[in-house]
Design a protein around this ligand. Structure first.
Ligand code: F3S
Length: 78
């Protein structure tokens, strides 16, 4: 699955929303999150983000690894 990381926080550009063919990107209070069960790994959102907040989960830069879990938890906490 793809995940959204730190650069999205308080930016929320939302260019990614227009690219997602399965509408698996959801808005939270300070950032957006990708639903891990709905993401089809197409990668369409990744280049669309102007602040490079989106990564394939294995490629998330080390300091932002907690965001892999954060995307997951956003949906389990609902
Ligand atoms: Fe956030 Fe980038 Fe989408 S800033 S809302 S991940 S286009």
């Amino acid at each position: 699955t793809f995940v959204i990381a730190l650069p999205c926080v308080d930016v929320k550009d939302k260019a990614c929303l227009d690219e997602c063919p399965v509408d698996c990107i959801y808005e939270g209070e300070r950032m957006l999150y990708i639903h891990p069960g709905e993401c089809i790994d197409c990668g369409a959102c990744e280049p669309a983000c102007p602040v490079e907040a989106i990564y394939f989960e294995d490629d998330t830069p080390e300091p932002w690894r907690p965001f892999n879990t954060a995307n997951d938890e956003f949906f389990t906490d609902l």
